[in-house]
Design a protein around this ligand. Structure first.
Ligand code: IVH
Length: 682
């Protein structure tokens, strides 16, 4: 490779890795497997060794990410949370030992070998034995405060168990204990099943789901998912620890305090014994509660750890890595097969996903016939062709992925795959998703999009229309009985009779089923419309806040971001959807066809604000807008955005502007927070 070629490849690798970091850490939606990611990292590290003039700083072979996200309080770790170098190679593991033997001048070093849990790293702080804080790794120096969410974990004691023995060392004044939050496979499957029923995006694997859950702003939702935790590492300890001076004695102490620890670890001497322990771990890891993707080998004695220290001293915490530990990763479950065809799937949003149709192959206990190819860029990067022999991988993921093409087995005359420029269903020219990697079919009447949209609208996630499954939707579409969503509500029994022999009962039931959902809950309608970013929970928030499609359609960006848990992205997506003329026309047509959604039950009918309309303006001293809205609704009132003669009260806080003026000029009573609370009785 020439210098110029290396320069281009290195730049491409850096951009690509940055994108994958973003998806992995911030969005918890990786596009590629860990193994593929590690391969890219290695390629970059290799090129940087070969062309040192092109290297920028240290380029370790681990993910050096940053998981901090909006909506959380940031907390500094007392001691930085570093990561580890990964290896898949026995030789590299032996070199790790050789370096330590040389540095310490001792052979047969004492090590612990622990399962490497594939979860989300957190640091717990116990002060005088009480759990005071849980923080994510973040950038290594400061992370997000996720205490409320971690406190929902049932198996985690909030108080350390003191020793019975009077001679035992006292509880430390402050200790940071590091560990991993994870979800069991069964729990992962259960949650994904719920997601599927709700028509929400599926999580790629238990780790992503655990990461996504830990970063939920609503701890009540977190509590419905059974997160678990294991603890394995020491951070800061003040005063200096007494009672443990090594990783193995620390593990014993953590267990004695009553905290959940790894199911098994090995205390061994010398690298051969380490290697044997790794083999033993590999043989038993599938029986563990958590996904174990490798082994972490640690120098046991804290004094020896202190002597060898960290690589990358003087750099950012996230780039530090201990010389005293090494992660050996097990290669994922893989199988070789051949690609029979590449097909494209069009989703209801229009996203076009390429899928490899495979010669069936047995992989991790199931027969795999299809695997995702992610997107056009990934196909090009791997140069995947129809007829290719490929490796498919399933590392806990529900969707197997094609990870590598076996070029040496490529049949002759196998042509490069050209990603179609047109929608495979309606032949409309595809457009690239803004700022993303997906190709989208922009045609609003693309039959596949329409089919999926109607299917979603009618499904359990949407209006939950009895008898209107995918097959019936297909039938209605192919028989040209419906073209759009509102057409569903215009169907008559007579239209359906020709479809089935002696189908009167079926036809009557279906029409009745559809008619019964004309007054479906508002949130179901909002969810069923398929507004990007709006899942069931957000749809419920919107229904509670706006109470009608018309009010929602008029909601300003500002109104939307006021909703707790709504970021700018969701607010913008909602606004953009209603700004689209076609969508407004769709809503109007649904209403014209008789859809009159039911708003959520009002608060107490006899409440202090029953039948009253209240306008909020300015900043209240203690209540957020959302809290005030909740209270108004709970007291039977309705919140409106603008002041008119029909307004019963204006609830005004600091910096109330024109709405307050208008209220005064119209003679509408103005309440401050205290007056409001008194009115509703607390
Ligand atoms: S020790 C500086 N022990 O894997 C020491 N880490 O690739 C780093 N992990 O950042 C932590 N199981 O999030 C350690 N038994 C274990 C672990 C473990 C999983 C995670 C941890 C770490 C990453 C390293």
């Amino acid at each position: 490779m020439t210098h110029a070629e290396a320069q281009i490849r290195i730049a491409a690798l850096r951009t690509e890795l940055a994108r994958h970091d973003e998806r992995y850490y911030r969005q918890a939606q990786p596009e590629i497997t860990d193994f593929e990611y590690d391969a890219l990292k290695r390629e970059l590290a290799g090129l940087e060794v070969q062309f040192p003039e092109l290297a920028i700083g240290e380029s370790p072979t681990q993910r050096v990410g940053d998981d901090r996200s909006e909506g959380f309080v940031r907390v500094k770790h007392r001691q930085a949370m570093t990561t580890l170098d990964n290896t898949y190679d026995e030789e590299e593991l032996r070199e790790f030992d050789a370096r330590l033997v040389k540095a310490l001048g001792t052979t047969e070093l004492a090590y612990t070998v622990e399962p490497k849990i594939d979860g989300v790293a957190v640091s717990l702080t116990y002060e005088k034995g009480k759990l005071t804080r849980a923080v994510t790794r973040g950038d290594g120096e400061e992370g997000d405060d996720v205490t409320a969410n971690v406190c929902t974990i049932r198996g985690l004691p909030h108080v350390l168990m003191p020793a019975d023995d009077l001679l035992a060392p006292p509880l430390p004044g402050l200790i940071e204990i590091r560990g991993e939050v994870f979800l069991r496979d069964e729990e992962f499957r259960r949650i994904n099943q719920v997601q599927e029923e709700l028509g929400e995006a599926l999580y790629a694997n238990p780790r992503n789901l655990a990461a996504g859950t830990l970063k939920q702003l609503d701890s009540k939702l977190v509590a419905t998912r059974r997160l678990e935790i294991v603890l394995y590492g020491l951070g800061a300890c003040e005063p200096a620890p007494t009672g443990f001076d090594s990783q193995s004695s620390f593990q014993a102490q953590v267990r004695a305090w009553g905290l959940p620890v790894v199911e098994k670890f090995w205390s061994v001497r010398g690298i051969d014994a380490v290697w044997a322990a790794i083999g033993a771990l590999d043989a038993m890891r599938r029986g563990f509660a958590y996904a174990t993707d490798g082994a972490v080998v640690k120098l046991d004695a804290f004094t020896q750890q202190g002597v060898v220290g960290y690589r990358g001293a003087g750099q950012a915490a996230r780039k530090l890595s201990p010389r005293w530990a090494c992660a050996y990763k097990f290669a994922p479950d893989r199988a070789e097969t051949r690609i029979r065809a590449i097909t494209l799937q069009v989703g209801r949003t229009g996203a076009v996903t390429p899928v490899a149709e495979l010669e069936p192959v047995l992989l991790a206990g199931t027969t795999v016939k299809r695997a995702t190819l992610h997107n056009a860029d990934e196909i090009a990067r791997k140069d995947v062709r129809v007829g290719d022999a490929v490796l498919v991988e399933k590392a806990g993921e529900i969707i197997p992925a094609v990870v590598q093409v076996l070029l040496e087995k490529r049949p002759p005359h196998c042509e490069a795959y050209v990603f179609p420029s047109e929608c495979p269903v309606c032949a409309t020219k595809l457009v690239r998703e803004e700022g993303g990697v997906k190709w989208m079919c922009p045609n609003p009447v693309c039959p596949e999009k329409v089919r999926r949209k109607i299917g979603h609208f009618a499904s359990k996630a949407g209006l939950d229309i009895d008898g209107l499954g995918e097959e019936v939707v297909d039938l209605l579409l192919t028989q040209h009985l419906i073209k759009t969503l509102p057409d569903l509500f215009r169907l008559k029994v007579a239209d359906l009779l020709p479809l089935k022999k002696s189908g009167e009962v079926w036809a009557t039931n279906l029409i009745n089923g559809i008619a019964a959902r004309r007054t479906a809950d508002l949130w179901r309608v909002i969810h069923g419309l398929g507004i990007p970013q709006v899942g069931a929970a957000s749809a419920k928030d919107l229904a509670r806040r706006f109470r009608s499609l018309d009010a929602l359609a008029e909601a300003s960006l500002n109104d939307l971001v006021q909703i707790e848990g709504f970021g700018e992205k969701t607010a913008e997506a909602v606004r953009a959807w209603f700004n689209d003329e076609a969508n407004r026309a769709l809503v109007a047509d649904l209403q014209a066809a008789g859809l009159t959604p039911t708003p959520p039950a009002e608060g107490a009918a006899g409440g202090a604000l029953a039948g009253k309309t209240v306008v909020l303006t300015g900043t209240l001293p203690t209540l957020s807008r959302e809290q005030a809205t909740e209270k108004i609704e709970a007291a039977g009132g309705k919140v409106s955005g603008s002041v008119s003669r029909k307004t019963h009260y204006v609830l005004a806080g600091e910096e109330a502007g024109s709405k307050l003026e208008k209220a005064k000029s119209l003679g509408v009573p103005v309440l401050d927070e205290a007056g409001f609370l008194e009115l509703i009785g607390g």
